[in-house]
Design a protein around this ligand. Structure first.
Ligand code: FAD
Length: 342
């Protein structure tokens, strides 16, 4: 049998690790270079909506979701007022990145993959056999940032609480072992006096989410789980950059969709067969790149456009007000939006 050509992946997050697991199952030699190590907490709402069983099966990653929460009910709040309660059309998975990434990394190495943690790769990933999954691109001038922590003994009213504040939205949902993920997307407020170790309560109060801040004050915060990320830039379309890029490196969708993780897994599944064909010598690299990029564009075009359209309604008070009024009147076509976004 002809030797398979190796695939090298830059970035051991969800897209990189799940692709690595699936390629190893197909007998392809794979190396992953990861700047960080496992386990690690990440800025993420840890709420996975719209991930299909087919994608999980294609990637061979069902074991990493053992014990994940299955969430369906959602309550929306604007400032401290309830604006809507609803059921998602299908259950979403909830599992911390602390557990999920470490399980994927273990599955990859158990399948014979070469994982290089604490290895920040400096070279661009454009050459034959290189895949870029190094996550979101940051733009220092962007006013948007993410803050996240895990808390215990935090009262919650639903599987997922979505709080809309002034220039912010925050999700609250349970992950494993009694921990609750509190993760928000905020307009940066350089003027705010914050506790540098724990900036979230000050941000919650500043954007009008005082009740949530009070609930948090009485909770136990998980050591090491507080994470911040500045300079978040959102994408309206799939990248036109060179080579194969998956996950946030392909396109960063606004977090409220709970869809970025699903896009990372789906992108990996879409790239799998073309990369196996290239590795076996059945396709050129140029053809492989072309096929993968066309598949990513087809799959993600609509949801990126719809998410970009809806995002301002979650962030800006006058638009939030309109959204709340339409939702209370029962006129929001939620299921249709959900379908377009997933
Ligand atoms: C505030 C916020 C909340 C979110 N909430 C949700 C949610 O609830 N549900 C959801 O589905 N999505 C959510 N997302 C989006 C989700 O986190 C991402 O879409 C998802 O992590 C993308 O996976 P990825 O594999 O592309 O990137 P990542 O998981 O970010 O992995 C990229 C990896 O590459 C590594 N890396 C970076 N540079 C290099 C380098 N040069 N060399 C080697 N390694 C490198 C990083 O260390 C990292 O491990 C949220 C995002 C934000 C900002």
């Amino acid at each position: 049998m002809k030797a398979r050509q190796p695939v090298q992946i830059i970035g051991g997050g969800l897209a990189g690790l799940s692709l690595g697991v699936a390629l190893r199952r197909a007998g392809v030699p794979v190396s992953i270079f990861e700047a960080d190590d496992y386990p690690r907490h990440r800025v993420c709402g840890e709420f996975i909506a719209g991930l299909s069983e087919t994608t999980i099966e294609q990637l061979g990653i069902d074991s990493v979701f053992v014990g994940a929460g299955s969430h369906r009910s959602v309550t929306w709040f604007r400032r401290d007022r309830t604006i809507r309660q609803q059921m998602l059309p299908e259950p979403a998975r909830a599992i911390s990145r602390f557990v999920l990434d470490a399980r994927l990394a273990a599955l990859f190495t158990a399948g014979g993959g070469a994982l290089h943690p604490r290895h920040r790769h400096a070279e661009p990933a454009h050459g034959a056999g290189w895949v870029a999954t190094a996550g979101r691109r940051t733009r220092p001038s962007s006013p948007w940032m993410g803050l996240k922590l895990h808390a215990r003994n935090l009262r919650t009213s639903d599987d997922l609480e979505l709080h809309l504040g002034d220039g912010a939205y925050v999700g609250v949902s349970a992950v494993e072992d009694g921990w609750i993920n509190v993760c928000g997307f905020f307009r940066r407020r350089p003027e705010l006096r914050i506790d540098r170790e724990q900036p979230l309560p000050a941000y919650l109060r500043a954007c009008g989410l005082s009740q949530l801040a009070e609930r948090l004050a009485g909770a136990e915060v998980r050591p090491g789980s507080t994470k911040a990320m500045a300079g978040i830039a959102m994408d309206r379309r799939v990248t036109t950059g060179p080579g194969i890029r998956l996950g946030d490196a392909c396109a960063m969708i606004p977090p409220f969709t709970g869809n970025g993780m699903t896009m990372a897994f789906t992108g990996a599944a879409l790239a799998l067969c073309p990369l196996v064909a290239w590795s076996s010598g059945e396709a050129s690299w140029e053809e492989t790149v072309r096929v993968v990029r066309a598949a990513l564009r087809r799959e993600f075009r609509v949801r990126l456009a719809v998410a970009a359209l809806l995002h301002p309604f979650l962030l800006h008070p006058p638009l939030q007000h309109e959204l709340g009024a339409v939702a209370r009147a029962g006129l929001l076509p939620f299921t249709r939006f959900y379908q377009l976004l997933h």
